[in-house]
Each structure stands twice: as C-alpha cells, then as structure tokens.
Design a binder for this molecule. Structure first.
Ligand code: HEM
Length: 298
C-alpha cells in the first residue's frame, strides 16, 4: 500500500504509487478521517456529480454516434445541417473528413468520461489505464485537430469571433493531450495527473457548452443570442465556455479535502449537490426534446 504523496514529490514509475494518487482519495492523504461523516458527505456528493455529468455527456456521445455518424452509411449527410447550417457541404472533402473524425473521437471522449481519473482503475489495472490513456489522448488530439481543420475549411456559423474562440479551444485541447501523454512518458506523474484533469475538463466543455445554452436561452428569452451566433452572449460564450471548467479543474488539482473543516466540507457538498440537480434537470430536457428524438429518429 502506497503512502501519502505530497505535491512536487515524484511518484516514479511504480503503478501502485501512481494508483494511490486518486483524486479525493482520503485514504491516501495524511490525517484522513475515514469515519468523518462530513468527509463521507463530500466524497459522495463529488461522486454523484461526476456520475450525473458522465451519464449526461455519454447521452450526448450516443446522440453524436447515432445521429451524425449513423447518417453516413445511408448517405444522408445532409441531415447534419438540420442542427447547424453548412456542417455538410458536398464537394468539400477537408471539411467532411475533419468534422467526421471530430464527431467520432469527440463521442468516444464523452463515452469514456472520467474513467482515467478513477484511482481504483489505475491501482488495479495499470495496463488498462495506459492503453485507454493512449487512446484518450489520441482521440483528444484528433477531435481538436478535426475541429481546427473544419474551421480552416469552412469557418464557423458565428464568423471570425467564434472561429478564433473555437480555434483557441482546439489548440488548448491538442496541447493538453500532448502534455498529458508526454508527462506520463517522462514518469512525472504528479504533473501528468494535473494535465489529465485539465484535458478532461476541456473535453467535457463541449457538452457543457450545449448545457449552458440549454439553460440560458429559455431562462433569458434568448438574450444576447442570434440565430447566426453573433450576439453578445454568443461571442462571450465562444471564448469563455471552457474557462469555468478550467477553474474548477485547477481547484480540483490543488484540493486537499482532508485539510478542510467539517463546515466547509458540508458547504462544498451542498454546492456539488445543487450542481448535480441542475445537470440532471438539463439532461432530462435535452434527452426529451433533442438527443432522444435524434437517437430514435437517427
Ligand atoms: C469532446 C469534444 C467534442 C465534441 C463531443 C464535439 C461535438 C461537436 C458536435 C456534435 C458538433 C455539431 C454541432 C452540434 O450538434 O452541436 C460540433 C461542431 C463543431 N465543433 Fe466540436 N466537439 C468537440 C470538441 C471540439 C473542439 C476541441 C473544437 C475546436 C476546434 C471543436 C470545434 C467545432 C466546430 C468548429 C464545429 C462546427 C461549428 C460550426 O459549424 O459553426 N469541437 N462539435
């Protein structure tokens, strides 16, 4: 059993030590109060949010596979344009292959979810972690490059501001994937873990972007939004939709739940529970009015 690991300490290549670097793993931290009810509340609240987000994002992943990729064998690629104009333009092979690769790998990232971040998986099956990890970083690189290829070929529905915002997003995703892989190869597992969390936050940002629109549009009667995605809200979103995720990721990377007092733990747990309820509510509406019909009709 590995001992506690401090920030900056190299974990070496020992899979058992690597595995012990589980996020929110109270057992692996000094002074952990395993029986403390506030610690248990926080842990279960975090797990509930992770599970709800995974379920919701995976639903979106299945929708992408069935609706977008499912249209390819039947030659019905024109249905892509029912969601966004010009996703499919006959005679534009760079755009077609870029967005097609981006759909396949993006869906795979959503379906895989946070499996790589689960400490128990890393501890028990380090080989699985390594192979899924290689697949995950490759898929993230292709999803980012595919999105960038599509922007180069076609631009975006929102024009230059959206193209620049999404271009930055694609570049960040490719960089995060490359660093996650490189640091694992170099045996720098503390830094590898930090970049893997950032990469995961970026990957789920694609799902959160849709969720954020799903809440904003009905609640504000479409304030700041136009059909061509050129309103003030659209422009802000094009640049900042992944910033909240990255901030949460940074908190997560630095988090030491065992050092928090019971009152703080319970407050954080309440915030996590509220976020879980919001995710489940959004998922219900997306499943009922968008993903569900897309999957059943796809
Ligand atoms: C897990 C990662 C990702 C998933 C699951 C994903 C999914 C999708 C989906 C389903 C669409 C079609 C529109 C829709 O139904 O909403 C789309 C479009 C698009 N995505 Fe992604 N995406 C991901 C990452 C990225 C990244 C990193 C970039 C950055 C370059 C990007 C750029 C684009 C662009 C430019 C479009 C077309 C927008 C337009 O036509 O204006 N995506 N994506």
């Amino acid at each position: 059993m590995a001992g506690p690991i401090e920030v900056g300490q190299s974990a070496g290549r020992d899979p058992a030590v690597w595995g012990a670097m589980a996020t929110w793993d109270f057992k692996a931290r000094p002074g952990a109060a395993r029986t403390d009810w506030s610690a248990a509340t926080l842990r279960w609240s975090g797990l509930a949010l992770a599970a709800a987000s995974w379920f919701s994002a995976a639903f979106f992943g299945v929708f992408i596979l069935v609706f977008y990729l499912g249209a390819a064998p039947a030659g019905r690629l024109a249905v892509w344009n029912s969601n966004l104009p010009r996703l499919y333009e006959p005679g534009h092979p760079l755009a077609l292959w870029s967005i097609g690769a981006h759909f396949a790998t993006g869906a795979a990232l959503l379906l895989l979810g946070p499996v790589q971040l689960i400490g128990a998986v890393r501890r028990r099956w380090p080989g699985v972690h390594r192979w899924v990890g290689r697949f995950y970083v490759s898929a993230a690189g292709i999803a980012g490059l595919g999105g960038l290829g599509f922007i180069l070929a076609e631009g975006t529905v929102g024009g230059p501001p959206m193209s620049v915002g999404f271009g930055l997003y694609g570049a960040l995703m490719v960089i995060a994937a490359a660093w996650t892989w490189r640091l694992a190869r170099a045996g720098r597992f503390e830094a590898h873990r930090a970049w893997a969390i950032r990469l995961y936050a970026l990957a789920v940002a694609s799902w959160l972007y849709r969720m954020e629109y799903g809440f904003w549009l009905p609640l504000t009667h479409h304030a700041g939004h136009t059909e061509s995605f050129t309103g003030p809200f659209d422009v802000v979103m094009a640049f900042f939709f992944y910033v909240p995720n990255l901030l949460v990721a940074e908190l997560f990377i630095r988090a030491a739940p065992s050092k928090l007092g019971p009152a703080v733990r319970v407050t954080v747990a309440a915030g996590l529970n509220l976020a879980t309820a919001v995710v489940l509510l959004g998922t219900y509406y997306f499943a009922r009015y968008y993903w569900g019909p897309g999957i059943l009709g796809g």
